[in-house]
Design a protein around this ligand. Structure first.
Ligand SMILES: *[C@@H]1O[C@H](CO)[C@@H](O)[C@H](O)[C@H]1NC(C)=O
Ligand SMILES: *[C@@H]1O[C@H](CO)[C@@H](O)[C@H](O)[C@H]1NC(C)=O
Ligand SMILES: *[C@@H]1O[C@H](CO)[C@@H](O)[C@H](O)[C@H]1NC(C)=O
Ligand SMILES: *[C@@H]1O[C@H](CO)[C@@H](O)[C@H](O)[C@H]1NC(C)=O
Ligand SMILES: *[C@@H]1O[C@H](CO)[C@@H](O)[C@H](O)[C@H]1NC(C)=O
Ligand SMILES: *[C@@H]1O[C@H](CO)[C@@H](O)[C@H](O)[C@H]1NC(C)=O
Ligand SMILES: *[C@@H]1O[C@H](CO)[C@@H](O)[C@H](O)[C@H]1NC(C)=O
Ligand SMILES: *[C@@H]1O[C@H](CO)[C@@H](O)[C@H](O)[C@H]1NC(C)=O
Ligand SMILES: *[C@@H]1O[C@H](CO)[C@@H](O)[C@H](O)[C@H]1NC(C)=O
Length: 532
């Protein structure tokens, strides 16, 4: 054999043995990531701040989204309006007629299966350190429930029996738990078997996050390839649509490229930030109260008015099919599920007819406290099985700084995205407060005041007169400056003519300004705000 054919043969063999050796090289990666980013940035969504036909709750695991689902969305949407909950790709049928709500851990790539221009996206982000801790603890919490079984064989037998008997979806079928829980479960059983073999041990130390006789220590967990693939930077990858569970074919390659070449992360981050900008709502787990209030005011209010409109429409037709239900996805296999929400069986008409933002908030508060207490009971019961390890606040405080720093560096994209989300949240919050002070006189209140009570009617008249006076004073004070500003404003910004005053009215949208452009001083100088 001559040199040339031999060399060629070797090259061919090499390329067969190492088909991917070149696929993560820097140039190749840079090109594919950049190409993906530019095509993702290109598809822009308009009117991100108005609720469209379908509400897509992009539920990043361990951000507290479940309470929003059970305590807000379930109170607003009947099951008939809920798209078959994806959580499991195979079951998802986005074409279910009339479905209005999709809540899932699936990533943003799900949008490719949805009518993009008719879909509003909402999400909640959490401090990445907290999210990693929570993912670790929850994987173990769910896995520990299986320790009632004598061995893994018995677990697997039992699980398949339950699955065939029960049509419900358990945590074990939901991404990312379908990977994280079996991983931890196997690990717990191995460690338990090892303990049995060795006989009783005198002491396990007092650090629950580093108790290797009982449970995989946190430092081992976060450095494991599975966590690298699924947990770290999970929020960014989910908003970007590049998780391990993506619908995009190249997702795996792109994610590996970004993990291998950290510098490419900026492209993914750029896409994720843009998507947050376009979302109807971005909540922050840590700012829980404000996030919930804003959810009720921004999303809840629009859902209520949308459903009221559609109820009126559908009552005109003889709609026979409203009771149609998707496949049952109640989280009902005991021992393996994440939680059990009560799905109320009332129809959307009953639910939305009398609903107001105030009532929604009240319902939410009772609901969340009962949900929380049942969740914490489950957690305590399940962590008992791995005693003396117990993930308490005190134990958390003793986790060394070096470990926290490691988590931060493994989640640098998420750290940035979280910071950005907090900025968006602050702006949304300011807009909401402004809107609140401006629209505290809603049409219903107007009606009420004008017709039910003469005194109130006079109050309104005085109030308006007062406002007008203030307006005049302000106007004269800086008339010239204002006129030029207003002129500029009207020539630059097209004021939409479909503006409404009331629950769905959104100053940011009304002014035609993206939330990241809004400048409250500028808002202040707009004359009509004083009059509304
Ligand atoms: C697992 O436990 C079952 C009892 O539930 C027992 O019959 C079986 O032999 C055990 N398997 C192993 C490999 O120990
Ligand atoms: C997702 O991650 C899990 C765990 O690392 C792995 O077993 C699985 O093959 C991955 N799936 C894809 C599509 O990358
Ligand atoms: C509902 O459909 C049934 C036939 O499937 C029909 O007999 C009934 O009149 C319909 N009801 C209404 C309100 O349209
Ligand atoms: C009711 O459902 C049937 C099929 O399930 C469909 O053919 C029909 O158009 C639906 N009617 C209405 C009013 O949605
Ligand atoms: C599951 O629930 C049933 C009753 O609903 C109960 O009898 C059974 O013991 C439970 N299984 C486990 C493993 O808790
Ligand atoms: C809604 O209000 C009406 C009266 O205003 C009442 O008859 C009806 O029962 C209420 N529905 C619900 C679900 O509270
Ligand atoms: C579930 O329903 C029961 C009664 O049916 C009630 O006591 C409980 O508070 C409800 N839980 C939630 C979370 O709504
Ligand atoms: C774990 O800690 C919680 C308090 O944070 C406590 O209620 C629970 O009893 C503890 N569990 C065990 C097994 O010690
Ligand atoms: C564990 O023990 C060390 C010293 O033995 C102590 O400094 C530390 O506070 C203890 N941690 C907990 C969580 O009790």
């Amino acid at each position: 054999m001559g040199h040339v054919p031999r060399l060629a043969l070797m090259l061919i063999l090499l390329s067969i043995v190492h088909p991917s050796s070149s696929s993560y090289d820097f140039e190749h990666c840079k090109n594919s990531v950049k190409q993906w980013a530019s095509s993702s940035l290109h598809s822009d969504t308009k009117d991100g701040h108005i609720l469209k036909d379908l509400l897509f709750f992009l539920h990043v695991p361990r951000t507290g989204g479940r309470t929003y689902f059970h305590c807000f969305l379930k109170k607003l949407y009947s099951s008939a309006l809920e798209c078959p909950r994806s959580y499991d790709k195979l079951r998802f049928n986005p074409h279910k007629p009339g479905c209005r709500l999709l809540v899932t851990h699936d990533d943003y790539s799900m949008m490719s299966k949805l009518p993009t221009e008719k879909t509003s996206v909402v999400t909640i982000l959490r401090n990445p350190i907290e999210r990693v801790f929570s993912a670790y603890e929850f994987s173990i919490e769910v896995a520990a429930r299986f320790l009632v079984h004598p061995n893994l064989t018995s677990v697997l037998k039992m699980s398949s029996r339950i699955r065939s008997k029960n049509g419900g979806i358990s945590t074990l079928e939901i991404w990312p738990w379908k990977y994280l829980v079996p991983w931890m479960r196997e690990d717990l059983f191995t460690r338990r078997d090892e303990r049995k073999r060795r006989g009783p041990h005198s002491a396990y130390g007092n650090d629950s996050y580093d108790m290797e006789e009982i449970v995989m220590p946190l430092h081992e967990y976060i450095n494991h390839p599975v966590a690298m693939d699924i947990v770290h930077n999970g929020a960014t990858f989910q908003v970007a649509g590049l998780t391990n569970n993506s619908n995009i074919r190249e997702a795996h390659e792109l994610r590996q490229c970004v993990i291998t070449h950290e510098i490419l992360g900026k492209y993914v981050l750029e896409v994720a930030k843009k998507r947050l900008d376009d979302m109807l709502y971005v909540g922050i787990t840590e700012d829980h109260r404000e996030s919930a209030t804003m959810f009720a005011n921004v999303v809840g209010a629009q859902v209520i008015s949308q459903l009221m409109t559609s109820t009126v429409n559908s009552n005109n037709k003889n709609n026979n099919n409203t009771s149609e239900q998707g496949p049952s996805v109640s989280d009902s296999t005991n021992d393996t599920t994440d939680d059990q929400g009560n799905s109320s069986s009332s129809t959307v008409e009953e639910q939305s007819e009398n609903m107001t933002v105030g009532k929604l908030m009240k319902t939410y508060e009772t609901c969340i406290s009962s949900l929380r207490s049942s969740q914490s009971q489950r957690r305590i019961a399940s962590l008992k099985r791995i005693s003396p390890a117990n993930f308490t606040k005190e134990a958390r405080r003793n986790v060394p700084d070096t470990l926290l720093k490691e988590i931060i560096s493994l989640n640098s994209l998420d750290m940035e995205l979280y910071k950005y989300a907090k900025e968006i949240f602050q702006k949304q919050h300011q807009i909401m407060k402004l809107q609140d002070s401006v629209s505290s006189v809603t049409p219903e209140k107007w009606h009420h005041m004008m017709f039910s009570n003469i005194d109130s009617a006079w109050t309104v008249v005085y109030f308006l007169g007062f406002l007008f006076l203030i307006f005049l004073i302000c106007f004269y004070k800086s008339a010239k400056r204002r006129i030029s500003k207003v002129k500029m404003f009207f020539s630059e910004q097209h004021v939409p003519n479909h503006r409404k005053i009331g629950p769905t009215w959104n100053p940011a949208e009304f002014l035609g300004v993206k939330s990241n452009l809004i400048n409250l001083k500028q808002l202040d100088s707009l004359p009509y705000l004083h009059l509304i």
